[in-house]
Design a protein around this ligand. Structure first.
Ligand code: MV4
Length: 462
């Protein structure tokens, strides 16, 4: 969309800057980071598994090193392979992207011990926020609103009924080391409590090696709204507004928007200030996302904090005109925030559709060779992808092959642009969820902005 000149989009490097950045990731986010580095004038090192020899990040990085076998555990998750690649190439910083090692506190510590800057927050903050129960207790202590629930982890299963009675049914049992829905059980009555607890515990133990559980009041039909915060190491914290992320399936987001169409400017300011308080209370620096649940009565509660750049950062970039990856790199290089809260202005509306290589009916992954590929474009359209005609989508990694982002002066214009952009997006040879996105855009509730985390379940039944 048309914009007046913004100095924020022209983020320059600080006095101290990295000599070379290694990108410990693949796919569209690797390209996104390469783009930021090119604009900052910083050389890049790409790392790749044997399955990614033909990937675009290998061609676009200044140097490349193969770090192992196709399985992530033997390549993109291999700390020794990645540190060795940084040593060999002389990279003085590592950008982890999202997923893989992005929220691995041990990896951040190893980087530091090797004299390499981890482009992200301090290891202690990754670790704190990775423990959902400790994060919750910290937020209670700092007077950030949380859902009513247990004080710390559940220590004795005999206390379960009394705890649930006190909170009031329905309740939700959550794994301390969880996230993404694993090790979680909704309990609607006392008779289900003990078996739900034991099942969730077993699941959590197997998935995270930690059976610690805590309990919360279950919020029915909430919206998932998250606030982007940015913080430097001089104690300045600014929020960049919220993202509406309710449209998800099996805890995988499908569509995100900025800003949310339900928050008033006052609610935005309040939620933004709460997110800033959550971050500054622990001395956080770097980018971060504070996730909230918003209930039907307009009350909001802290859920968790993500300590990485997120997939959906693009919609915040769209409405603020701030390059979050360049900012993240500068913050890791100890730059001060180049703007204050008052400088942050929101303009227009931005929507992202995640394009997955999957069967639109069964939602099963659909890897394979892309025989033909035509990218949409035009005013107000941004495509983030590493796919191209002739590229083979690997079964080894996530099925997300791109993100289609549209801007408009308002939500209806962003939706109209998304519709026509999806219609001109041709991907042949594999199945994608483009038809599903087109159907969602036609949905009355979607168009009206009636979104909750249960949107997709209801949509499937329509
Ligand atoms: C909740 C909740 C309702 N009440 N907690 C899902 C994953 C994890 N981040 C926490 N989740 C939830 N926690 C209380 N007290 C509903 C969910 C939830 C959800 C949250 C955000 C986005 C999508 C979701 C889908 C189902 C359940």
């Amino acid at each position: 969309m048309a914009r007046s000149f913004s100095p924020l989009s022209r983020y320059e490097t600080g006095e101290f800057m990295f000599k070379k950045i290694l990108i410990a990731n693949r796919g569209e986010i690797a390209l996104r980071i390469i783009n930021a580095c090119k604009e900052l004038g910083i050389p890049t090192v790409g790392v790749y598994s044997v399955a990614d020899r033909e990937s675009l990040h290998v061609k676009l990085a200044d140097e490349c090193i193969c770090i192992g076998a196709a399985a992530s555990s033997k390549s993109y998750l291999s700390i020794p392979a990645i540190i060795a690649a940084a040593e060999i190439t002389g990279a003085d910083a590592i950008h982890p992207g999202y997923g893989f090692l992005a929220e691995n506190a041990h990896f951040a510590e190893v980087c530091k011990a090797c004299g390499i800057t981890f482009i992200g927050p301090k290891a202690e903050h990754i670790r704190l926020m990775g423990n959902k129960s400790r994060a919750r207790d910290t937020m209670i202590h700092k007077k950030v609103p949380v859902v009513p629930g247990s004080d710390g982890p559940i220590t004795n299963e005999a206390e379960l009924p009394e705890l649930a009675e006190g909170i009031g049914y329905p309740v939700i049992l959550k794994a301390s080391s969880g996230g993404g829905g694993k090790g979680m059980r909704i309990v609607r009555e006392k008779s289900e409590l003990l078996s739900a607890y034991n099942m969730a515990r077993t699941e959590a133990g197997a998935a995270f090696g930690d059976e610690t559980m805590y309990m919360e009041k279950y919020i029915e039909n909430p919206r998932h709204i998250e606030v982007q915060i940015v913080a430097d190491n001089a104690g300045n914290t600014v929020h960049l507004g919220e993202r509406e992320c309710s449209i998800q399936r099996n805890h995988q987001k499908l569509i995100e928007e900025a800003l949310s169409s339900v928050l008033t400017p006052e609610q935005r300011r309040e939620m933004g200030n709460t997110a800033k308080k959550a971050a500054s209370a622990i001395g956080y620096s770097s980018l971060g996302t504070v996730e909230f649940l918003l209930d039907g009565d307009g009350r909001y509660y802290f859920m968790e904090m993500n300590t990485r750049i997120q997939v959906e950062h693009t919609v915040t970039e769209g409405v603020t005109d701030i390059d979050l990856v360049k900012l993240q790199i500068n913050l890791a290089a100890e730059a001060k925030l180049p703007f204050t809260q008052r400088d942050v202005k929101f303009a227009g509306h931005c929507i992202e559709c995640r394009i997955n290589a999957e069967d639109p009916v069964s939602f099963m992954p659909s890897p394979g060779r892309i025989e033909a590929f035509h990218a949409p474009g035009g005013l107000g359209v941004r495509l983030e992808t590493a796919a191209y005609s002739g590229y083979t989508v690997s079964p080894y990694y996530d099925s997300m092959i791109g993100k289609l982002i549209t801007f408009g002066h308002d939500r209806p214009e962003a939706i109209a642009r998304m519709k026509r952009a999806l219609e001109m997006f041709f991907i042949e040879g594999i199945k994608t969820n483009i038809p599903m996105h087109l159907k969602i855009l036609e949905d009355e509730d979607f168009q009206a902005g009636n979104l909750t985390t249960h949107f997709m379940e209801r949509f499937a039944r329509k």
